[in-house]
Design a protein around this ligand. Sequence first.
Ligand code: ACO
Length: 335
Amino acid sequence: MEPLFEQMKQRALTQPMRIVLPESTEPRTLRAADRIIADGVANIILIGDKYAIMASAHDLGLTNIEQATFVDPSNEEAIEKYAQLFYELRKNKGVSIDDARLKARDPLYLGCLMIKNGDADGQVAGAMNSTGNVLRAAFQVLKTAPGVSVVSGAFLMMLPEGSPYGDNGVMVFADCAVVPDPDAQQLAQIAVLTAKTAHDLAGLEPRVAMLSFSTKGSASHSRVDKVVEATNLARQMAPTLDIDGELQADAAIVPSVGASKAPGSTLAGHANVLVFPNLEVGNIAYKLVQRLGNVTAVGPILQGLAAPVNDLSRGCNVDDVYKTIIITCNQAINK
Ligand code: ACO
């Protein structure tokens, strides 16, 4: 495992968090849960029928799953308090108590309701559910952290050894997963939250570049204006944040290009956090960098929720699930 994950794992070991895994019979999830339990990294909560889960664990040859906590969504008595909680949270949105009981049986919602009720610290899902379904349950139940109105998704980009970019082989990219078309205010929030993720999880001193197809007025367009406005708003939100924009990608990370296109900017050419103007750019960029640049992309790490929930790709492997649980533990400790 990369040194950064070793560090995060050691931190998680000092204060094991209660992490819900709603996709409890999914083989990659179950294998990762078995390793997490064996390593003592977290207290795992599995949602589902204990006998079905244990049968899956047995088929996979896993020996630690029995030590998890099991919560059965078909046990109406046990989940009634969560149904009542969902009803209270959503009745002003037209949700009836019968609707709430149905939602509380949905493992993605039940996990979030457990966190909201103080019975768990974080959730990891998405190996067999779409991003939208994982996110909607978190948005509806947990909502955003104080002072935040928009949740976004960051990636830790673990660069190949010897790369001249980033710090200690890491850069952070956002938003690559959630907000299709942020306005300037939302983009500013994404920048501030991504800097915090870079600092709190990756140990970086963030230097944030607000990316565009223009550098310091080289092009005129309403899309460029949005990035300039977002940069100014982010400066107001976080006056000590090291941030600059609008910058093209090369001006952001290549010192000679930064010096020639953005003279006077101390950040241009040295950014370690890249904020993309919209989700099309962010999602495509991280996938291209990952595939063409031989970069390990870890995420999306959801930022801005009131409690940590993270989404897996349906193409994830056991290592991805294991690392995402470690990240979620660290977010819960930071909280
Ligand atoms: N932050 C905080 N709350 C949000 C956000 C957000 N970014 N987006 C929606 N919400 C809230 C809404 O305010 C609403 O709250 P309310 O019901 O209490 O009023 C609730 O979530 C549901 O809102 P909807 O508008 O119904 O949500 P929507 O159906 O638009 O879904 C979603 C939101 C799923 C995040 C949507 O924006 C989306 O699909 N984004 C793209 C996700 C994606 O496919 N990413 C790429 C793949 S991931 C990858 O490649 C790594």
